[in-house]
Design a protein around this ligand. Structure first.
Ligand SMILES: N=c1c2ncn([C@@H]3O[C@H](COP(=O)(O)OP(=O)(O)OP(=O)(O)O)[C@@H](O)[C@H]3O)c2ncn1[C@@H]1O[C@H](COP(=O)(O)O)[C@@H](O)[C@H]1O
Length: 109
């Protein structure tokens, strides 16, 4: 990953937060906020289904495009609930180095 690449996520988070007070007729994000969480969840479902179909086709560019749509809509959901990509990154930090297999085993121990 190029240096500074992650900063685009922080800038997008700030933009999405600012869109909470924006005019829905000029901002797609604001139009989702105005429709409410069910509309955002519906988009996450649709975009996830599109990602699955793109992955079944196995073509790199459509997979990247659909995965980006999913991430954007998840970030809109986070902003709706007054959270940001920071919350996800912190959780990833917490999980770093913990094997999924060990974590699952610890749940049943
Ligand atoms: N990254 C994105 C982004 N990714 C996807 N999308 C939009 O998400 C929508 C995806 O829905 P579809 O592909 O299903 O298109 P659609 O059929 O027109 O959508 P629906 O009418 O069915 O909801 C499209 O309108 C895309 O343009 C995004 N819209 C905005 N951003 C970022 O958010 C910022 C703020 O955007 P606005 O709030 O629109 O100013 C932008 O500067 C970008 O950085």
């Amino acid at each position: 990953m190029k240096p500074g690449t992650l900063e685009v996520l922080n800038r997008l988070s700030e933009t999405l937060t600012a869109r909470r007070n924006a005019d829905p007729s000029t901002s797609y994000t604001a139009s989702l906020f105005a429709k409410g969480p069910d509309a955002i969840l519906k988009k996450i479902g649709e975009e996830t289904a599109e990602l699955i179909m793109a992955a079944k086709d196995g073509k790199r560019l459509p997979i990247v495009n659909e995965a980006t749509d999913v991430v954007y809509h998840i970030m809109v959901l986070m902003a709706f609930f007054d959270m940001s990509v920071d919350d996800i990154l912190q959780e990833m930090h917490r999980r770093e180095g913990i094997s999924g297999i060990d974590e699952k085993r610890s749940r049943t121990a």
